[in-house]
Each structure stands twice: as C-alpha cells, then as structure tokens.
Design a binder for this molecule. Structure first.
Ligand code: K2U
Ligand code: NI
Length: 187
C-alpha cells in the first residue's frame, strides 16, 4: 500500500516536470497504480488507518507525487452519509475550457507533497470542462464546478509541474477581485 514515504516532497525535480501521456491499453503496472492511488486517498480519510500508517488526509493524488511522471490522477471526496462519494481516476486529462469567474478556498490550499504552509488564496476557475480517459480507455468530456473542480485543478496542475503556491499573489495573498470570490459550499 502507498504511504507518506512514497510521496516525494517539494523541490524534488519530478514535481516540476510535465508528466508524459499514458498509452492505452494500460499495462498491469499502471492499472495497479490507479487502484493503489485511490486506495491511498480512501485510507487517508479513514481515521484508524490514517493513524496506524501515519497518513496525511487527502482528497486527491497525482502520479508525479509518487515520482511517476505520468498523466494519471485520482480524486475522492467523501460526502455526507446517504450520498456516494465523488470518486474518479483521470488519465491524460485536459481542461478544454474554463469560466472567467474564479474561486478560492477561504483557508487556502495544502499539498501532500509540500510540508510547509503557504498562506494565501489560490485562485481556481469556478467551472471547468475536462476531457479525460478512464482506466479502460473510454474518453469522457465533463463539466465540473464547486469543490470537485478545485481539487481536479490542483491535481491537473501536478501533471504540468505546477504547485498550488505558484498561484498565490505574493503582493496581495488574500486579495479579492471582481472575478475572484471565496468558495462557498452550497449548504
Ligand atoms: O494533491 C495533493 O497534494 C492532495 C491535496 C489536494 C488538494 C488540497 C487543497 C485543495 C484542493 C486539493 C490534499 O488533499 S491536501 C490535504 C487536504 C485534505 C482534505 C481536504 C483538503 C485538503
Ligand atoms: Ni498537491
């Protein structure tokens, strides 16, 4: 199973590489990788397992964070009891279009590959249309908004060698603008 020891940390060069596209059909190694990445995120959200294996909770993970510069990422966002979690693995994702309007999490962002705290708003597109492939090679084109859109953009950034603090406005880290609003979870 993947643990924090497998996750490379800032200034590791792979975090700044552009990951390479994945060929289909996936070989067994890459199919296993997708399963293990999803398993890690789910484990990290389980208090008992997270404590036993000292896992930092996460809602997403990208292959370059495991020192594997290939375009694969996973997102798993738990929801309250009755609903299904938002869970997916994206291969070769590409943002086709995005809203002008931007949003940012009020408390900024963190990253499993970055142990330091970087204060400041991380502007993200409010809505995105993403083309991606699933592990079976099926092509998808989907629109995302809200918290899933934020997490997906954070993970796709990893595939392009971009880290969340690259987006923070150093001169005005908590500055808002007409096109940038704080993310409000629709209650
Ligand atoms: O890519 C990663 O390092 C996983 C990040 C993803 C992420 C962080 C902030 C905003 C959007 C995506 C981890 O989830 S950081 C820890 C965390 C855990 C639960 C909720 C938010 C952030
Ligand atoms: Ni990250």
């Amino acid at each position: 199973m993947i643990t924090m020891d497998d996750i490379v940390r800032d200034y590791h060069p792979t975090l700044r590489e552009r990951s390479e596209k994945i060929e289909f059909p996936l070989n067994e190694e890459l199919k296993n990788l997708a399963d293990e990445m999803l398993e890690f995120i789910i484990n990290s959200q389980n208090p008992e397992i997270a404590e036993e294996y000292d896992l930092r909770p996460g809602v997403g993970l990208a292959a370059p964070q495991l020192n594997i510069p290939k375009q694969m990422m996973t997102v798993h966002i738990p929801s309250d009891e009755e609903e299904e979690p938002f869970s997916l693995v994206m291969v070769n994702p590409r943002i086709l279009s995005h809203s002008v309007k931007q949003t940012a999490l009020q408390d900024g962002e963190g990253c499993l590959s970055i142990d330091e705290v970087y204060e400041g708003l991380v502007p993200r597109s409010k809505r995105i249309t993403v083309e991606y492939y699933d592990v079976d090679g099926n092509k998808h084109k989907e629109r995302f908004k809200g918290y899933p859109a934020i997490v997906i953009q954070h993970e796709i950034d990893h595939l392009n060698g971009v880290l969340f603090y690259d987006h923070i406005n150093q001169d005005n880290p908590f500055g808002l603008s007409d096109d940038l609003e704080i993310f409000e979870e629709n209650l």
